[in-house]
Write a protein that binds this ligand. Structure first.
Ligand code: PEP
Ligand code: MN
Length: 347
């Protein structure tokens, strides 16, 4: 019987400030004895244990009578471990040595897709010089039309690896198919889930088993709760290094490619401890919108942003209309520096 069939209960067991390591172990052992999962979150002041298992069994034990336990509260939200209730402090995700979240801000830039060595290197050199911390570039492209360019696949990952070594930037690349996860993870510093795959639970569970961090884009029509549930799929498998990425949602508006839901930034920060970044390129879908949408992302409290930068957007095989030129990226970075100073973010 799976936990789902039994009727899940999840409890947050908050240890007191004075609790000792042995007290935590005792609770965890009891949980495991009764067949429940125990996830530990060590905060600055206290440890919290997230318990997940059969409702009838979990409720039977008097958790608050255990030594070192301050209180035990049921989690009513459908997502548990990614919630602020479970972890009070912001999560900080380490992407190949670059920190994201908890006051660390990360500019991410590069071409939408890797098209050639020349194109990738021109973009990577420019974004590195302008202050990007992470390189983007895809080797696998899920396209709306099956006849559009689908990416250079492994060759693209090899080129990205060369660019990382040359310019010293860790890189993010999309994993489209659960069967390609191992391959992409063997090259990339962080794996991205695209909007079209946000609810691909097989892919999410596979990513949850990897040791590389994951960037989870919001589904085109996903609510914030559905999006956090998708993150929970990854977290629950053991991978806790997740960065949320707001990339615009589908609305009735046609003037922009998607509608940037800027309120998702503070809403996610309230509900979850995970970092959240914004993708102004895929939100607006037009290059002239990238600068204003980036500024608004920093001001709203995002932990980073990710933009498409192409040395010659008119020749781009993918998303040319939203790609900005290297010089335009450098200008945006000047604004970002000023805004990060105002927001007290470390760049
Ligand atoms: C991308 O970042 O290149 C991309 C395909 O984004 P999305 O999945 O948000 O459309
Ligand atoms: Mn794109």
């Amino acid at each position: 019987m799976t936990t789902k069939e039994r009727g899940d209960e999840s409890l947050i067991i908050v240890m007191s400030k004075e609790a000792e390591a042995g007290d935590v172990e005792h609770v965890v052992e009891r949980l495991r004895d009764i067949g429940a999962e125990a996830h530990i979150s060590e905060g600055r002041f206290r440890t919290v244990i997230g318990a997940l298992g059969d409702r009838a069994v979990i409720q039977q034990l008097p958790w608050e009578a255990f030594p070192g336990v301050e209180r035990a509260v049921p989690v009513l939200k459908p997502f548990k471990f990614v919630s602020r209730d479970f972890q009070e402090d912001d999560s900080v995700v380490d992407v190949g040595g670059v920190l994201v979240g908890g006051g660390h801000f990360a500019p991410i830039a590069g071409p939408c897709a890797v098209e050639s060595r020349e194109q990738l290197f021109a973009s990577a050199a420019a974004v590195a010089k302008a202050g990007a911390k992470i390189l983007r570039g895809d080797a696998f492209k899920p396209r709306t039309s099956p006849y559009s360019f689908q990416g250079l696949e492994e060759k693209g990952l090899e080129l990205l690896t060369e660019a990382r070594d040359e310019f010293g930037l860790p890189f993010v690349a999309e994993a489209v198919d659960p069967r390609d996860v191992e391959l992409v993870a063997s090259y990339a510093d962080i794996l991205r889930v695209g909007t079209r795959n946000m609810a691909n639970f097989t892919l999410l569970s596979e990513l949850g088993k990897q040791s590389k961090p994951v960037m989870l884009k919001r589904g085109l029509t996903a609510t914030i709760e559905e999006w956090l549930n998708a993150a929970e799929y990854i977290y629950k498998e053991g991978n806790h290094d997740i960065i949320m990425c707001e990339r615009g949602i589908r609305t009735f508006e046609t003037a922009t490619r998607n509608t940037l839901d800027i309120s998702a930034v503070p809403v996610i920060k309230g509900l979850s401890h995970l970092p959240i970044i914004v993708d102004p390129s895929h939100s607006g879908g037009r290059k002239e919108l990238v600068a204003p949408l980036t500024r608004v992302a920093v001001a709203a409290g995002a932990d980073g942003f990710m933009v498409d930068v192409h040395p010659a957007p008119e020749t781009a095989l993918v998303d040319g209309a939203q790609a900005i030129l290297p010089d335009e990226f450098a200008e945006i970075m000047n604004d970002v520096r000023d805004l990060c100073a105002v927001m007290g973010l470390e760049l």
